[in-house]
Write a protein that binds this ligand. Structure first.
Ligand code: AP5
Length: 213
């Protein structure tokens, strides 16, 4: 299964991708997680990405495409993957197309998740992530057992810098301007399936299961 998840920030792409990893035994490729790992390790790429991410802007296409080319050369991508947060612009989608042609692969499906802005702001303002293992919680909808401590590894929970209200609004605008046009791009390839992201995590998961039937 070679799948793309498209949707506004906070719609639940990462949450659902992790469930799909368990079901299909293929990797989740999250460009956001890859960039955050570079920031944690203070690499040159991380230093460059940080300024864009903290402002809610997109990291330049060439940087993202280089990162994806490297990731696709790894053995675990041969049988399939869940692309979470990539592509995010038309040039990235065209770059992905070229790469797939070169390695003789085809996408199976592009899932588009939707939710209203009020729900997105509520979810993102109450999201907490683990500094150590990257596990994601929500103080309102899926809280950790003990505040500030990860249930899985005991690591410290923190709020992402780009989950502050002003940055969330900017990310939503960036999504509408730069990422939403991808829906038409993939519609032309007949790959789009739409999923309502407004229910509980398991209701949304069920919607995805049906969309993939
Ligand atoms: P990225 O990390 O990709 O962020 P995003 O797309 O903005 O998405 P999020 O991770 O915020 O949300 P999500 O949809 O995964 O929601 P989640 O499952 O966590 O990108 C961050 C930045 O990196 C970008 O702004 C950009 O600067 C840069 N970047 C990344 N990729 C790039 C690219 N390709 N090109 C250029 N720049 C790039 O859920 C959110 C919260 O809600 C969680 O707390 C979760 O527990 C909760 N939740 C999930 N589902 C439900 C539900 N159904 N009900 C209730 N709560 C729920």
């Amino acid at each position: 299964m070679k799948m793309i998840l498209i949707g506004p920030p906070g719609v639940g792409k990462g949450t659902q991708a992790k469930l799909l990893v368990k079901k299909y035994h293929i990797p989740q490729i999250s460009t956001g997680d890859m960039l955050r790992s570079n920031i944690r390790n203070d690499t040159d790429l991380g230093q460059l990405a940080k300024t864009f991410m903290n402002a809610g802007k997109l990291v330049p296409d060439n940087v993202i495409l280089d990162m994806i080319r490297t990731r696709f050369s790894e053995a675990d991508c041969r049988e399939g993957y869940i692309l979470d947060g990539f592509p995010r612009t038309i040039p990235q989608a065209e770059g992905l197309d070229l790469l797939l042609n070169k390695i003789g692969q085809k996408l199976d499906v592009v899932l588009v998740m939707t939710a209203n802005p009020e729900e997105i702001i509520r979810r993102l303002s109450s999201r907490r992530s683990c500094r150590e293992c990257g596990a994601v919680y929500n103080l309102l909808f899926s809280p950790p057992h003990s505040a500030d401590i990860c249930d899985h590894c005991g690591g410290e929970l923190y709020q992402r810098d780009d989950d502050k209200p002003a940055t969330i609004k900017n990310r939503l605008n960036v999504y509408e301007r730069q990422t939403a046009p991808l829906i038409e791009f993939y519609q032309k390839m007949n790959l789009i399936r739409k999923v309502n992201g407004m229910g509980t995590i398991s209701e949304v998961g069920e919607g995805i299961r049906k969309a993939l039937e």
